[in-house]
Design a protein around this ligand. Sequence first.
Ligand code: SF4
Length: 389
Amino acid sequence: GQCATHCPVGAIYELDEGGTFLHEASKSEKVVAVQIAPAVRVALGEEFGFKAGEITTGKIYTALKRLGADYVFDTNFGADMTIMEEGSELVKRVSEGGVLPQLTSCCPGWIEYVTKYYPDLIENLSSAKSPMMMQGAITKTYWAEKMGIDPANVYSVAIMPCTAKKIEIKRDEHMKSSGYDDVDLVLTTRELARIIRQRGIDFASLPETEVDSPIGEYSGAGTIFGVTGGVMEAAIRTAYNAITGKDLSDPDIMTVRGRGEFRHGAIDVDGKATLRFGVVHGMANAKEVLDEIRNAKARGERAPYEFIEIMACRGGCIAGGGQPLGTDDEIRSKRTSGSYTDDKNCAKRCSHQNPSVQKIYSEFFEAPLSEKAHHLLHTSYKEVPVYKN
Ligand code: SF4
């Protein structure tokens, strides 16, 4: 409702009021549309007696509806869109001699770091927005239009494993590409758990429900975004199709998986191309490869990678700052397995195979990197000054 929309201090105030913003918003004329991030589904259950890594997606959808959400969507759909855009950007950079290596841009913790400490590498960042921001922009444009709802009356909420996501929604004018705040409010996994408890909902016994269509369905590639190496694997699945015109016979790309702090290697794309990749997780581990890119540039060369994924949290978003407390390596590995199980359970394993993704391109965006896609799904970055005392 209005109190939620205009609350100057955001979620904390709303939580401390003891009620829920969702409940308030649902009593008003606002249409509440909520999205949940990939990593939430393999962790929220821990707050209610489930084992780490147990997938509770259907129960989370139900809980959100009981809390007052009118529509529940999935950030995994946004992740599929990110792959379409970011993968196409990569193929374009490679074929047209653009700046390489391309660096992922979906982690706001990493974006804070690079824009402060490696501004010379901003040109390497993918211009694709994060899945959350794409989902928000799509909710207030394509979806609102389709539903005949005035986007001014849509309240867009994102449940995230991440505290940095709260800052991301206010980053700059690109986060208002719909003409409104594309995402109005971010709540963490822990905050959602707290709201569920406050409202007396017995999470464990909730029935499972389906996500709302058509911006909720996701592929396996979308769900592994929460794991270190997941964005890389998802991108390779789709880039392979873009380059060869056919799909991988086995979408499990084991060489990019694992726990190593800086994993790198080369993927042969059916003899047509070689994709040299790097995967880094944990901000402290990024320095080595970032310096390698910087030093190569200083010599007028380029570091030997086409695409590098960087996630600020060790293990990726499954171990984000907004997840249930007490995350250790055992819990990391269980949540990771949960994400790969969710991937395997998906009827479609690649973002470009997602029928809802195909539909939104044919009905609205036309093609990846189109003018409309650039306006709503891409952004740009500026150097952020570092203040020293
Ligand atoms: Fe947030 Fe961590 Fe995921 Fe980055 S890796 S988006 S900081 S949870």
